[in-house]
Design a protein around this ligand. Sequence first.
Ligand code: C2E
Ligand code: CA
Ligand code: CA
Ligand code: CA
Length: 279
Amino acid sequence: AKLSAPNRCWFFNQKIHDELLHQHRLAERLQLALADNELALHYQPQVSAMSGRIENLEALLRWFPKEGGAISPAEFIPVAERSQLIHRIGEWVIREACRQQAEWKRRGLGGARVDINLSGKQLAMANTFKHLEACMAEFDLTPQDIGIELTENVLIEAEEHILNTLRGLYHRGMKIAIDDFGTGYSSLSYLKLFPVTSLKIDRSFVRDAPKDPSDRAIMAAAVFIGHRLGLEVIAEGVENEEQLELVREMKCDLVQGYYFFKPMSAADTTRLLTGLVGG
Ligand code: C2E
Ligand code: CA
Ligand code: CA
Ligand code: CA
């Protein structure tokens, strides 16, 4: 039977209600997660497209609730963003990435830069950069030891004083990457205004490039403009030989993806780095 309009309306509201409740519960659990040490950083290497050498490690947040399972950052980061929790979580990520990098350096394993993801709300907070500077000082790190990743939309929405802070970091040699390049709503002319050093071509283009000429064209154009602007170009989400071939042909500088490495725990990353140093 056809639902009458009021019923459809009720159904719709019920769905919204359930979703809000779910997010509210998630936010409550996330608040406890921080105190209960359920958060961890995993690391995914970025390798040189030509030599395969590990150049950087992207820090990716993980949540392992005590009751088991794992919740994806794609699910809980947006919840954290809506509930102010992102500030505390973001600060935890920054400090933990710095602490880990300092530990690797102390053990002679510090060759690779550690890149931190910053969300829009984090960027808008002046405190984020004060915290970053404080952590780098606490752990005796240089701007070459840590990099940051921001999306295009976040950069466009950034206020002038934030862009100035970024310019300061840029001039001191910090790597600043535009994440998910090609998926935002920026016009290319913005590129020259942003203090950035790297472009990360979004995984969706890389995934479909072998079969889709349009994706190949967009990738090639991104590499071209990136290089003309003196930026380092990174292809993300490389999962197979075919994609790697293309990315190499297009002269991307760095490659990240399951084909080389999946994100792994700090302990596994330490083992990997130790193996490389040991020869
Ligand atoms: P992102 O920054 O674009 O990170 C890349 C995502 O692609 C990661 O998902 C990574 O595990 C995944 N990935 C890497 N290589 C491959 C591949 O070859 N194939 C496929 N299918 N996927 C690949 P993850 O770790 O689930 O993170 C999802 C998103 O959550 C990130 O996207 C980032 O936007 C956000 N995120 C993660 N950690 C943090 C954090 O510490 N702070 C903030 N603000 N956001 C974070
Ligand atoms: Ca990223
Ligand atoms: Ca990305
Ligand atoms: Ca992404």
